[in-house]
Write a protein that binds this ligand. Structure first.
Ligand code: SF4
Ligand code: SF4
Length: 380
C-alpha cells in the first residue's frame, strides 16, 4: 500500500437548523477555517456546484442537499469572483421537475446561478483499474468543481458522503452500466467511485449533515438530525470524519477501504487535522445512527465470501406489494432487468439481481427496503 503523505484538514461546524442566516454563517466558517473561498476560487472561474439531487423530493425529506446550503455556497463563490452553476444528473425523472421540487431552481433564480443538467458526456481516460469513463462534460470543463453531498445511508455503499456524491457526474443512464459492470462486487464499485473522484477532482467538498438520513437510504430513509456542516479540500478525509461521526469506521465503508488501498487516506483518523467546534469526531458522534441493514455483520464479511454465498449471505431488495403504486420506476432503473410486473405485483428475480439497490434508490414511496439473506439473519 502506498504511504499516505499529506495531513488533510477537515472543518466541522455545529449547525442546528436550516435557518438561512445560520446555514450561511456555518458554511462561511467551515470554508474560512480551510483558508477561505479565495483559496479555492479565482476571479472569473466557472464553478460547478454538485449537490445531491437524487430525485424530486422536498428538502425536508433529507434525500437531497438542502437548498440553503447550496445558496450559501453560491454566495461565497460569487464573492470570490467565480461564476457559479448548479448541476447534477438525477436518477430518474425530469431534471427541471427535480430542480423545482428540491428547491435548487429557486436558489438558482434568486442568486443568479445557472442550472445545468449533467447529461452530456465526454470520454475520459482512467488512471487506475478502470481505463475508460464517460463523465459529464460540464463537470470536466468547469474550472472548479465544488462537491455538495448530503450525509445519508446507502443500501449498497452503506453511506453516501462526499466520494459517492460524485457518481452523479456520470450522466443519466450511463450510471446503470457501471452497476452492471461491477455486478455484485461492492469492492469494485467502490474502487470505481474513488477513481472517479480522482478524475473529477473537486477542489472543495462541503457536506450537508444538518439533517441527514438514517435507515432505508438513500431515497426512503428517515430524516435524522445530525446538526453539522463539514468541509474539506480532501473528500476522503471528509468522509473519514463524517463516517466516524455516524458510527462507521474506515474499514467498514467500501469507498474508504478502497481509498486506503490506494494510499489516499491516513492510517488513523487522528492524523486528520480537525478545525471548528470539535476536538475530535467522537465529540460530534450521533448515537444509534441506523444503517440500511438491520445487521452490521454483512459489512465485515470478505467480498469473495459474499460473492460465493450471494443468496444466503448478502442483503437484497424486497418489494412491499401493499405499499407499491406500480409506477414501474424500479423496473426502469434496474440495470439487469431483474424486476418484472406480474398479476400479483412487482417481483424481483434474485438470481439476476446484482444488489446495486438502484430500485430502492428510485422508489418514490419507499416500497422497497433491504432484507437480509437467511444465513446473515441466522448469524446475526
Ligand atoms: S433488482 Fe434492484 S438491486 Fe437488484 S439489480 Fe435490479 S435494481 Fe439492482
Ligand atoms: S418503484 Fe416502488 S412504487 Fe414504483 S413499481 Fe417499484 S416498488 Fe412499486
Amino acid at each position: 500500500m502506498p504511504d499516505y503523505q499529506p495531513k488533510p484538514s477537515v472543518s466541522l461546524i455545529r449547525c442546528k437548523s436550516y435557518d438561512r442566516g445560520l446555514v450561511e454563517a456555518s458554511v462561511r466558517r467551515a470554508v474560512a477555517l480551510l483558508g477561505g473561498a479565495d483559496r479555492f476560487v479565482r476571479p472569473g472561474d466557472r464553478v460547478l456546484l454538485k449537490p445531491n439531487m437524487l430525485s424530486g423530493k422536498a428538502p425536508n425529506k433529507a434525500v437531497t442537499t438542502h437548498p440553503e446550503v447550496v445558496r450559501a455556497v453560491v454566495r461565497l463563490v460569487k464573492e470570490a469572483g467565480g461564476i457559479p452553476s448548479i448541476g447534477d444528473s438525477n436518477a430518474l425523472g425530469s431534471f427541471a421537475k427535480v430542480s423545482e421540487v428540491t428547491g435548487m431552481a429557486r436558489v438558482a433564480r434568486d442568486e443568479g446561478a445557472e442550472l445545468v443538467e449533467l447529461s452530456e458526456a465526454v470520454d475520459v481516460h482512467g488512471k487506475g483499474k478502470f481505463k475508460h469513463f464517460e463523465l459529464s462534460k460540464a463537470a470536466m470543463e468547469a474550472d472548479v468543481v465544488i462537491n455538495l453531498p448530503k450525509a445519508k445511508t446507502h443500501g449498497q455503499m452503506l453511506l453516501t458522503l462526499a466520494v459517492k456524491n460524485l457518481f452523479g457526474c456520470i450522466p443519466g443512464r450511463r450510471k446503470a452500466q457501471w452497476h452492471f459492470k461491477a455486478g455484485v462486487d461492492r469492492e469494485a464499485f467502490a474502487t470505481m467511485l474513488v477513481e472517479l473522484s480522482g478524475l473529477v477532482r473537486p477542489c472543495l467538498s462541503i457536506i450537508d449533515a444538518v439533517v441527514g438520513m438514517e435507515g432505508n437510504g438513500p431515497g426512503s430513509g428517515t430524516p435524522r438530525e445530525v446538526g453539522l456542516i463539514g468541509a474539506s479540500a480532501d473528500p476522503h478525509a471528509l468522509d473519514m470524519v463524517m463516517a466516524s461521526v455516524l458510527g462507521v469506521t474506515a474499514d467498514r465503508l467500501p469507498t474508504l477501504k478502497a481509498a486506503r488501498g490506494l494510499g489516499l487516506i491516513p492510517r488513523s483518523i487522528s492524523e486528520i487535522e480537525l478545525a471548528g467546534d470539535f476536538g475530535n469526531p467522537a465529540q460530534a458522534a450521533v448515537r444509534g445512527f441506523r444503517l440500511p441493514s438491520e445487521s452490521s455483520l454483512e459489512w465485515s464479511i470478505p467480498e469473495p465470501v459474499r460473492r460465493l454465498l450471494k443468496e444466503s449471505l448478502t442483503t437484497k431488495p424486497r418489494i412491499h406489494r401493499k405499499s407499491c403504486k406500480f409506477c414501474l420506476m424500479c423496473q426502469t432503473a434496474c440495470p439487469v432487468g431483474a424486476i418484472t410486473e406480474g398479476r400479483d405485483g412487482m417481483s424481483i428475480d434474485y438470481r439476476q439481481c446484482i444488489r446495486c439497490f438502484c430500485c430502492q434508490e428510485v422508489c418514490p414511496v419507499g416500497a422497497i427496503d433491504i432484507a437480509e439473506g437467511w444465513l446473515l439473519r441466522y448469524l446475526g
